[in-house]
Structures are given as C-alpha cells and as structure tokens.
Design a protein around this ligand. Structure first.
Ligand code: AMP
Ligand code: MG
Length: 401
C-alpha cells in the first residue's frame, strides 16, 4: 500500500501551472494571481487625519488641559477629498475631517471631543504630541512594495487591495477544466426516475462542486455504463472538450467486476493503487493521451475524501497557488473510534468551540457510502496510520471542510 504522501507526490508530479489570462478584478475572486502586484502608489497617498477634529501645531498645545484650555483661531474647514489652501501658523487651527490631508504647517490633530468650539475660535483642552492622530502616507502600503505575490489566492480582501492599487484588471491563472465521468450500470441521472436496482449519480455533482470550490471548471460527461464502448466514447468526448484533468468515479476497487480499469488501461497508461487511507483506499492514476486521469472510488464519501486528498492539491498546483494546504485545527476528539486499522482514517466530524477548547464530534456512521454524516460534518479528523486505538479525548488534527 502507498502512503497518502507517496500517492500525492506521484499525482502532483503530473501537473504544471496553466497559462494566465486577464480578467476584471471582481472576476478574479477565488482565483490565483499569475503576476506579482507591486504598488505604484503609497496607500494612503498623503498624511491624513485619523479623526474628526482640529489640525494644529503640537507645540501650540503644550500645557493645555480642561482647566486651562488653549484658544486657537479656526482659519478653515477641511472635508475629506480636499487640500487646504491655508497653512496652519502658530495660534491657528483648521477644522479637519477623517481622511482629509494634513494641512501644511500642522503636525497633529486634536479630536473634536477634546475641544470646545466658539465661533471662529476653538479651545484645545489637551496637549498632543507631534504626529498625534495623523495617518502617515504609505502607512498601509509603500510604493514599490510587493503587495500580492504571484500565487496568491484572491479573496475579498485581496480584491479590495487590488482596487485600492488601481488594478481594474489582473492576470490570473485560467481555470483548470476538469472532465467528470461517473461509471456504473446502477446509476441514473439526477432527473430520471428511480427504477428497480438503480441509484442516482451523486458523485458527478459532489465532485463538480468540489472542482468549482477549488477554482476549476467542471465538464459534466454524465454516466458511462459498465461497458467498454460506452466508456471509451465518453472518454473521447471529454478529451474533445479540452480537459486538463479527467476524473472518473467507481470501478477501481480490487476484484471489481467493473470495466473501468480495462478501458482506462486500453485508452492510456494507468496504475491501480491501494492507498493507506480510509475511506478512499483504491485509486487509479495515469494518462489518456496527454491528459492526467484520476479514478476515484465509487462510494460517495470515498470519492469526496479522495478528491480532497489528491484532486484539490492537483487543481491548486495547476492554478499555481502557493498555499495548497487546507486550513487545519487541532481538536479534542469527543468520541472513541470503535474500529481502527493500519490505514490513516479521515473521520467525519463537527468541530465546535466549547468552554475554551475545540471539540470534534463524530457526525454519524463512518461507512464510505454514508453521505449524510458528510453533510453534517464541517471537518475531517485525521487519525494517524500509526495509532492502534483511538480513545475519547485524543488530540487530533482536523481538516476544515
Ligand atoms: P464501485 O467502486 O464502482 O464498485 O462503486 C462502489 C459503490 O459506490 C457502489 O455501491 C456504487 O453503487 C456506488 N457508486 C458508484 N458511483 C456512484 C455515483 N456516481 N454516485 C453514487 N454512488 C455511486
Ligand atoms: Mg461501479
């Protein structure tokens, strides 16, 4: 049996970063930057006020207090978006709004709360230091900074930063196209009636949703019967649509009656592996023509967990993402695990923050066909292959879903 890491390394070796394209910044959400973004401006571009108040010379406020306020003459009003024409001389102040550029001559801001206004005069009731409530130019980003390196996943905050930098369009890696094919005589499409002996194809949809979540574009090839010609036909259709990766589910188990193995082997090069993990032990990997193929197991939870373990990192590699690890937390497993073998188990759990600790609860049956416990789960707890038993109270790492 291969370890998860060995299998993943072999899979990842088959993928390279895809080409880039330019898109409007909002369409870059969820995608990966294909270029370094260097700031061409300071943010903020000018020293500005952090408060509504009065721009003053700090030296004028020395000794000011509520008992002995210092009167200053108010020579102008400065809203955000405008530059003061007047200079703040000694004994003067400019009323200033948050975000307005600090006027020449001033070196600090007194908050409006620390003043009493009376006509053209303001009484300053505190002494301030130079720089008080001034946000200096470049405080957030300096011109020339590498703000967002290539490989950054673009989230809403990156979109905001790109907007602040004036990047209306950005270069991102194009979306990997992932062909998805379900196999099995027992499967019927989502909208077909369930006739005796049949079940609906869930995997095409859960896997396609996973593809979308990782920034790829699914190509839905439907269901192939367990019959060689049908399968070959579907595979060609997928290749014709320009797939960067071919995903199948079902028909890869040892001793399987299914035809998938035969056909994949006939159409290209394929290896059938047993990976030291549960669920998801059987995995097929190879190529059809130039296109890498991953054959996921058919059980709905196995197909999803194998996707998380092997396909997600492959898609992220094609995207050139720097960070290919999902978010993990450490938690205390509340339940014991009744059966443990020599494989790495991925348990469906719900993690919750309780009493100052993160707890992980099993969400139900852990059979590889039990999709409802996957639905209830917000994480996969990793149980090491080296552990013989798993007691309640064990500390585990949890991959957040
Ligand atoms: P297989 O690996 O083809 O032997 O399938 C293992 C189990 O997963 C069987 O119970 C199949 O009926 C089920 N299965 C296979 N493909 C799908 C699918 N696309 N959706 C739901 N269940 C599936
Ligand atoms: Mg099958």
């Amino acid at each position: 049996m291969l370890s998860v890491e060995e299998a993943r390394e072999r899979v990842l070796a088959a993928f390279d970063v895809l080409e880039a394209e330019r898109v409007p910044v909002l369409e870059a959400l969820g995608r990966v930057l294909a270029e370094d973004t260097v700031a061409r401006v300071d943010i903020p571009p000018h020293d500005n006020s952090a408060m509504d108040g009065y721009a003053v010379r700090a030296a004028d406020t020395v000794g000011a207090s509520p008992q002995s306020p210092v009167p200053l003459r108010v020579i102008a009003d400065l809203p955000a978006g405008y530059v003061a024409e007047a200079e703040v001389g000694s004994g003067a102040a400019i009323r200033i709004m948050t975000g307005a550029p600090i006027p020449a001559g001033a070196d600090g801001v007194v908050r409006v709360e620390d003043t009493v206004s009376s006509g053209d005069w303001v009484e300053i009731a505190v002494s301030i230091q130079p720089g008080q409530f001034v946000r200096p130019a470049g405080e957030d980003v300096r011109r020339g900074d590498l703000v967002l390196p290539r490989g950054t996943l673009i989230r809403p905050q990156e979109v905001g930063m790109l907007a602040a930098l004036g990047c209306a369009e950005v270069r991102v890696t194009r979306r990997p196209r992932v062909a998805i094919l379900a196999t099995g005589d027992e499967l019927v499409p989502i909208d077909a009636p369930l006739t005796p002996g049949k079940i609906r194809d869930a995997n095409s949809y859960s896997n396609a949703a996973q593809v979308i979540r990782c920034g790829g574009e699914p190509i839905m090839l439907g269901i192939a019967r367990d019959q060689a010609e049908a399968l070959s036909g579907r595979i060609r259709a997928g290749l014709a649509q320009g797939a960067d990766l071919f995903l199948t589910s079902g028909g890869v188990s040892v001793g399987d009656f299914d035809i998938v193995k035969e056909v994949l082997a006939a159409e290209g090069q394929i290896g059938f592996w047993r990976v030291r993990m549960k669920p998801g032990k059987p995995l097929a990997f190879g190529h059809i023509g130039e296109v890498p193929v991953l054959g996921l197991p058919g059980n709905p939870v196995s197909a999803m967990v194998s996707f998380e373990t092997f396909v997600r990192p492959a898609i992220l590699k094609m995207l050139g993402a720097t960070d290919r690890e999902g978010m993990r937390v450490e938690a205390t497993l509340v339940d014991a695990l009744p059966h443990k073998d020599e494989r790495r188990h991925y348990l469906r759990v719900r993690v919750a923050w309780e009493g100052g600790e993160v707890h992980a609860y099993l969400t139900g049956g852990q059979g590889s066909g039990i999709l409802s416990s996957m639905v209830k789960a917000n994480g996969l707890a990793i149980i090491s292959e080296d552990w013989a038993r798993v007691e309640a109270g064990t500390r585990v790492q949890v991959i957040l879903l």
